[in-house]
Design a binder for this molecule. Structure first.
Ligand code: SF4
Length: 77
């Protein structure tokens, strides 16, 4: 999905140098997969709760690919 469509569909952007992460809270099932996988990138006790530059691009892709709801998306740079 293009960034334009992600934003149109309610996703918020969290920019990084190598990858941009997008999140839609209305879609999230709060499974905790993302936060358990990498708490440096995904940490709900922090604002912003997603910091793309705190992780490696490939690892972030793997985590987001396992998001059960589709609430997380990414676009590699
Ligand atoms: S893995 Fe996806 S569904 Fe689970 S908490 Fe993270 S964003 Fe929400």
């Amino acid at each position: 999905m293009s960034e334009k469509n992600l934003i149109k569909n309610g996703y918020r952007k969290y920019s990084g140098d190598d990858i941009d992460i997008y999140f839609n809270i209305d879609v999230c099932q709060h499974s905790g997969n993302c936060t358990h996988s990498n708490n440096e990138v995904f940490n709900v006790k922090r604002k912003p709760w997603i910091i793309a530059n705190n992780g490696k691009k490939d690892e972030i892709c793997q985590i987001i690919d396992k998001c059960p709801s589709g609430a997380l998306k990414y676009i590699k740079k």
